[in-house]
Ligand binder design. Structure first.
Ligand SMILES: *Cc1c(COP(=O)(O)O)cnc(C)c1O
Length: 350
């Protein structure tokens, strides 16, 4: 695929900012180049703009070359960079599915890029034909999320690959929840599909939403563009340090994932026992979408007892639905206890 042809004109011509620390790549030195304060180490120094240590570590863990990896201020930064690098405001468009993560549309709106929405098929399935039909000559990217937020399901691999195959723009697959699924995801297909961008994050399975770190995996040409357009120091020294620590202690992460998956089953089973619950949708993520007979009342009942869930009942195809994040054992116990009380109070009156 010709990445160059997809680029915005101004980005094709862009000379990126060259920071002092990008130019000098040796080790220790007398640093009088960046107008830093010599006192208060280590945070007096600007961080590595290319995050080389962190990328090497991720690269060896994921078995993907460093050239295929971009790190940003959350996956949200990677999403925004795709718009700023590839989409001509007022002319180009992207495709986004509904219901799905709202950030793709917000980013498109901010960048004055049109969004063509495509509904999921029944059972929240990926509708390959509908997506292909929606693509026109100004479509620069298709955004999908698998496992999908807020529905929790994985999309069919072959269907997604077929769209990637027959589309000249970017196929962006947001895998924020992939570690909670049993799926290998789309990283194994990066080499075959040079237009594929896979987004992952430290915010969910790594339990580091607070440090703001997201990853984009793609063809080196795409990565070079995103790196050219990003802020020079987009990932702070604190973030790089914390992520490195987490990567060196990944055993803990694996235990968390295991526990969350067990707790997901516990909540699913319990929800199915309530009379006011109409449907519990199968989940490959760390949350559960559940349809109840009176979502606003359940939502408010829980809120009054200081249990906050996400009311998704106004989204297309999600009438009656609440999205429940799987918490720790105690939190889930409290949540279920309040639902039992709710059931005792309201099941009879319906
Ligand atoms: C939570 C989530 C993310 C994570 O975004 P960050 O900016 O990395 O915190 C990305 N995509 C989806 C669909 C999510 O639900």
């Amino acid at each position: 695929m010709k990445i160059d042809k997809l680029l915005r004109n101004n980005i094709r011509k862009l000379t990126p900012y060259s920071s002092a620390r990008t130019e000098y790549r040796g080790g220790d030195a007398v640093f009088l180049d960046a107008n830093e304060n010599p006192y208060n180490p280590p945070f007096n120094r600007y961080p590595d703009p290319l995050q080389n240590d962190l990328k090497s570590k991720i690269s060896s863990l994921r078995n993907i070359p460093v050239e295929n990896l971009f790190l940003g201020n959350g996956s949200d930064e990677a999403i925004d960079l795709i718009f700023r690098s590839f989409c001509e405001p007022g002319r180009d468009n992207v495709i986004s599915l509904v219901p799905s993560y709202g950030m793709y549309t917000v980013c498109a709106d901010i960048n004055d890029v049109a969004v063509k929405t495509v509904s999921l098929a029944p059972k929240f399935r990926f509708d390959k034909q509908a997506v292909l039909n929606a693509i026109d000559r100004h479509t620069k990217a298709v955004f999908i999320c698998s496992p999908n937020n807020p529905t929790g399901n994985l999309f069919n691999e072959a269907d997604v690959l077929e769209v990637a195959e027959s589309f000249d723009g970017l196929m962006v697959v947001d895998e924020a929840y992939i570690d909670f699924s049993g799926s290998r995801g789309f990283l194994p297909f990066l080499e075959r599909y040079s237009n594929m961008v896979v987004l992952q994050t430290f915010s969910k399975a790594w339990a580091l939403a607070g440090i703001r770190l997201g990853m984009a995996f793609a063809d080196p040409e795409i990565i070079r563009v995103m790196t050219k357009v990003k802020y020079p120091y987009n990932v702070s020294a604190l973030t790089q340090q914390m992520a490195m620590k987490a990567l060196n202690e990944s055993g803990e992460r694996n235990r968390w994932i295991e526990t969350i998956r067990e707790q997901r089953i516990r909540i699913e089973e319990a929800l199915k026992g309530f009379e006011f619950v109409e449907e519990v949708f199968p989940s490959d993520a760390n949350f559960i979408l559940v349809r109840v007979n009176d979502p606003d009342r359940v939502y408010q009942y829980l809120l009054n007892r200081k249990v906050v869930v996400r009311n998704r009942s106004k989204l297309p195809m999600c009438a009656g639905c609440l999205r429940i994040t799987v918490g720790n054992e105690n939190e889930n116990g409290l949540f279920l206890k309040h639902l039992e009380a709710y059931g005792r109070e309201f099941d009879k009156s319906n």
